[in-house]
Ligand binder design. Sequence first.
Ligand code: PLP
Length: 388
Amino acid sequence: MAGRNHLYIPGPTNVPQSVLNAMNVAMEDHRSPAFPKLLKPLLEDLKKVFRTETGQCFIFPATGTAGWEVAFTNTLSPGDKVLIYRFGQFGHLWANMAKRLGLDVELHEVTWGKGIPLEHLTARLQEDTQHEIKAVLATHNETSTGVTSDIAGVRKALNSTNHPALLFVDGVSSIASIDFRMDEWGVDAAISGSQKGFMMPAGGAFLCFSQKALAMIDTAGFPRCFLDLKDQMTNNKDGYTPYTPSIPILYGLREALNLLLAEGMENVYARHYHLAEGTRRAVAAWGLNICAQAGFESNTVTAVVVPADKDARQVIATAFNKYNLSLGGGLSEVMGKVFRIGHIGDMNEISMLGAIAGAEMAMLDHGFAIKPGSGVGAALEYYRLNAQ
Ligand code: PLP
């Protein structure tokens, strides 16, 4: 098919040309005296994206899933109780990992489309007078439903109940795109990955730990080796890694950080809001709903709910086969019920209008009762009148 594939899944996201160019490097000796000049500034600059001065960042040649495991195994012990709310596929997988590792998972079901219920959380923490809950697991942005939770509110719930549990945040599809504040929100372990807001290929797990979490490494009872933070710390302090790093990922990260920091994190967040809001206006103009309930709307991904007599999988297939447009599918409980438009990473207004037009054409092809151009029209008016 002529023309490029238009990638609008919520990760992996489009990689800017300058990041691709930066990754196209000859391999080099990661034990050379020059290597720390690459790694040390990366670890420092990552802190600016996680918004921390007191935390410590880590880079693993892995993905977000490994980041979850790093957080568990370096701070907790088998049998420890962790609290999680399940309202999407990634929370489900995170809880599942905790279970498989032998943690005692207290799982509360929440309607898909909502996020962390702060009142329930506060009441539950209050009730836990023996402090059996060792960590609260918070999915900041549930990519499967396009739901963003209030992490400042989770911290408030912990503080107002004087609960000492660690706060783990899955920021895989939020950090570097949606407002995130490690220090201000008292996050103990923040987990992200290279292939979303960082605008890179998968292959980098980026983490940040608070001093409180780091202090638990010595007492954490899980066996660990590849994911041991102590090995990272011993080597990182001199600018090295405990095993062979992915050289292209590191050079790509250098350029991605340059781009993010040049734009400014506040501007990055504002751009993601702007692009998301235009997309939401388009969905409303189609007469459709988004999966996220009011107050939980995500600025990185919008899950569009199709009418009950339609199958979102057909829309996605037509978008791909006929229009060379990749939309995100519905996962698990929402399979066939939603398609997802990613507006994360290297995106601008015109790129979003392309995705909205393609989704609109695919829906029209499947007999959706929408007016041609309605979504595109609503989005472009929003973008035009609210240009940044
Ligand atoms: N958490 C969230 C919110 C995600 O969106 C994803 C992947 O899409 C993951 C975790 C898992 O990350 P990875 O696929 O990089 O292992």
